[in-house]
Ligand binder design. Structure first.
Ligand code: BJ8
Length: 457
């Protein structure tokens, strides 16, 4: 980058946004919606952990401080690589001293622009992501030197072709059958190739030493998130599902080292709360697992509706949840660069995206997580027009019903038009969970009474 192209970051936000080419008027309109929503969804909650303040302040200056940091890195010669999926091998990006960002759109605002090019009956995540770029509404998007897509669902694949007309875009070839050797080898080769692409873009060699350090960093991020999630197994739950969703969403934007530090601090506070029996919802409140498509900023409506109905979200089987952090890259005994890449490729192939066939591991995972987190019910969340996750529901529903775990499917988009309907359906579901918990408690008490009278007679 030449001096002429440098973006000044020691300026007010509006000056910064002008420099990076945002459509200021529309951007103002977009950002004006955020504070009241954030107030109603997050700040109105009672008894939040203190350490959540870091994530609040990140959101409150979402398009200011962090994008400026990213442009500062660009000014210093580092590249920025944006992606849209949990399959993005961020380790290579860290190892090359570049900045990884996940750029999935979670807002309704740019969708009308996207629909001038993309079919209306496309998943909102795809339309919103594309819309943010073509409408110049996102400073993170403006920073990207390369975008990385992947061959997961059909809608994304075709959108990436169009996105490539605006920003250089590389599409990772992800096979759709994970349990055969041909697919596995293809993916290993693709991951290897991607390493070369990052090296070419950055002009920096990814040595084994740098790659090991980057793997360690990404693993520490996953472990910090797992630590937070682990505290949610307690009853009462020490943190709301909304707050954890916020943490997850920022894992995709923040500086990785800082994020690890802040998230471990949060986990420490939550662990202390669990020891004291302190929670954000009353002990015994219905516990909900959300399973399905990812939720990116500012897509908070399902968590918000569930928690305002008197239940608490205790985990998310999602790429903005457990699918993002569950597996680590195991570098033990890896003796060569090829070995490290193989371990990385294997870790990523364990992500149970509905684009795979068959995908039995995901079905088993949902049941396992429901048990582990002691969930009373599952909300299966599908973004409209996502055929992969929508179709997979049939098998998940069957597995959950066999286990006696109630489930409801919510298919929605980013608009607020179905808020009322959503609220009614979720409230009914939560009432049903409450009633079934009350019945369970009554029959336990009755059983206890019988046992006491038998032993007393
Ligand atoms: S690994 S879940 S992040 S693809 S919701 S765009 S699948 S039509 S987001 Fe995903 Fe990677 Fe899979 Fe995870 Fe398509 Fe479905 Fe939309 Fe989706």
């Amino acid at each position: 980058m030449t001096d002429v192209q440098k973006v000044r970051t020691d300026v007010d936000n509006e000056t910064f946004w002008r420099q990076v080419g945002l459509d200021i008027e529309r951007h103002d309109e977009l950002m004006s919606v955020l504070p009241p929503v954030f107030q109603s969804v997050f700040l109105s909650q009672q008894n939040r952990p203190e350490k959540i303040a870091y994530y609040d302040s990140f959101i409150q200056d979402l398009h200011g401080k962090r994008p400026k940091e990213v442009f500062e890195r660009k000014n210093n010669g580092d590249k920025v690589i944006g992606a849209f999926c949990a399959f993005f091998p961020e380790e290579f990006v860290h190892a090359a001293g570049a900045v990884p960002l996940i750029l999935c759109g979670g807002a309704e605002f740019p969708i009308a622009d996207a629909e001038k090019i993309l079919p209306r009956n496309t998943c909102p995540l795809i339309k919103s992501s594309f819309g943010f770029k073509i409408s110049n509404l996102c400073p993170y998007f403006q920073s990207a030197d390369l975008l990385v897509g992947e061959t997961t669902c059909g809608g994304k694949k075709k959108m990436y072709e169009l996105l490539g007309e605006y920003v250089p875009t590389y599409v990772l070839h992800l096979p759709h059958k994970k349990n055969d050797d041909i697919s596995r080898n293809l993916w290993v080769e693709e991951v290897k190739k991607f390493k070369g692409i990052v090296e070419d873009l950055t002009g920096r060699k990814i040595t084994d030493e740098k790659l090991r350090a980057a793997i360690d960093l990404a693993n520490r991020k996953r472990l910090a998130l797992a630590r937070v999630y682990n505290t949610r197994k307690a009853d009462p739950v020490p943190i709301s599902g909304k707050d954890v969703l916020l943490v997850m969403q920022l894992a995709l934007f923040d500086d990785a080292e800082r994020f690890v530090k802040k998230t471990n601090e949060l986990a420490e506070e939550l662990e202390a709360r669990v020891k004291r029996g302190e929670g954000v919802a009353p002990k015994g409140a219905p516990r909900v697992l959300i399973s399905g498509t990812p939720m990116t900023i500012p897509n908070w409506k399902v968590h918000d509706t569930i928690e305002k109905s008197g239940a608490v979200v205790v985990t998310e089987e999602s790429c903005t949840g457990t699918r993002y952090f569950t597996d680590l890259v195991d570098t033990k005994d890896a003796s060569s660069s090829d070995d490290l890449i193989l371990r990385m490729a294997e870790k990523y192939l364990h992500i149970n995206c509905a684009c795979f066939t068959p995908n039995e591991e995901r079905i088993e995972d949902v049941v396992r997580l429901a048990r582990e987190y002691n969930a009373d019910g599952v909300v299966y969340y599908v973004l409209q027009f996502c055929h992969e996750f929508n179709t997979e529901y049939a098998k998940i529903e069957r597995a959950l019903r066999t286990e006696g775990i109630p489930v409801i499917k919510i298919e929605t988009d980013y608009s607020d038009s179905d808020r009322g309907q959503l609220k009614t359906r979720i409230e009914t579901f939560v009432e049903m969970l409450k009633a079934s918990k009350a019945r369970g408690a009554a029959s336990l008490a009755e059983e206890g009474g019988i046992k006491a009278s038998v032993s007393g007679s």
